[in-house]
Write a protein that binds this ligand. Structure first.
Ligand code: NAP
Ligand code: GCO
Length: 289
């Protein structure tokens, strides 16, 4: 009988993580590499690709990286063709690339709205459409979308982002519905509030050094009273990319420290002295766990 841990191995698989120069994408790709996969990634410009190549080299991970805008269908088709020629195809796609614009809806321009929808929702459509034919031909494939708590909940200033992430939840379910028959699983990771550059503005200490009100708010809504770290998400990513999850399809798995299950406590009751300074470089200090 096969050892269950072998079900989590990605040996011989090619994994494409979009926008994976840093943050959650870098963490997902690192986890996949540790599980045996060959990593390919793209980012929006050469500076970021170079930043990513350096980060992977520092981690001892051999990767292929190239500039590719996930909203550009021709660029995506070329990226997939190049990777297929070099490595034989793509077994795992993580639609990680994303942007957010925190602007009150009535002040948001249509151009700003379109930019967020284009990257966060149309990008995953373009990239998934590009890899599905190869997955169908192979008879297997894994697509993992970067959903969010905003796939379920709204909040002030993130209308476009929430609409995109809500749509991405339904795109996840539709890819499952349309291509599950080809042994292709499409699921989503729904992170809570994770310490990355994207959320750094929400944690920035106030002039007097005290905790940001939003930081205090998120901790009061999280049973563990802490922000997630990129490392917190690595295990789930490997699980959803591996044969261990072959009978899971169309699901959004929330990995949020319990926020979506908890009504929260009065933020003023939090004992701030318990929390180590969360460094502005977005790394949650160990003492903060
Ligand atoms: P992020 O700041 O959202 O950026 C992800 C990467 O995608 C960045 O390198 C970004 O480049 C790149 N990108 C942006 N537009 C692109 C395009 N058109 N084509 C290719 N790449 C593009 O990073 P993150 O915080 O690690 O989040 C990763 C994903 O998880 C995102 O989809 C995010 O919405 C989602 N998520 C994050 C959190 C969180 O708390 N951090 C929680 C839930 C979900 P730039 O640096 O130039 O923007
Ligand atoms: C915000 C945050 C969130 C997180 C994440 C939560 O401004 O509220 O950026 O949107 O990025 O999506 O799951």
């Amino acid at each position: 009988m096969e050892n269950i841990l072998d079900k989590f191995k990605l040996d011989g698989k090619v994994a494409w993580v979009t926008g994976a120069s840093y943050g959650l994408g870098l963490a997902y790709a690192t986890a996949f590499a540790q599980a045996g996969a060959k990593i390919v990634f793209n980012d929006i410009n050469q500076e970021l690709v170079d930043k990513g190549l350096a980060a992977y080299k520092e981690r001892g991970i051999e990767v292929y990286g190239a500039v590719c805008d996930v909203t550009d269908e021709d660029a995506v088709a070329k990226f997939v063709a190049d990777v297929t020629e070099k490595f034989g195809g793509i077994d795992i796609l993580v639609n990680n690339a994303g942007i957010i614009k925190r602007i009150p809806m009535i002040e948001m321009t249509k151009k700003q709205w379109d930019q967020v929808i284009s990257v966060d929702l149309t990008g995953p459509f373009v990239c998934s459409k590009a890899v599905l034919p190869g997955m169908i031909k192979k008879g297997s494939g894994k697509i993992i979308n970067a959903c969010s708590m905003m796939s379920e909940l709204g909040r002030e200033t993130v209308s476009a982002y929430a609409a995109a992430k809500g749509g991405l939840k339904m795109l996840t379910r539709n890819i499952c519905s349309e291509y599950g028959q080809y042994n292709i699983q499409c699921n989503a990771i729904g992170p809570g509030y994770i310490a990355t550059p994207q959320t750094a503005p929400l944690r920035k200490r106030q002039a007097d050094g005290s905790m940001a009100p939003f930081d205090r708010f998120i901790r009061s809504k999280t049973p563990a009273q802490r922000w997630g770290t990129t490392e917190d998400l690595m295990g789930l990513a490997v699980f959803l990319a591996s044969p261990a999850s072959d009978f899971i399809n169309g699901q959004v798995v929330y990995i949020d420290g319990g926020i979506t299950a908890y009504i929260g406590q009065d933020p003023s009751q939090l004992d701030e002295s318990k929390f180590a300074q969360v460094r502005e470089d977005d790394t949650v200090t160990v003492g903060d766990k």
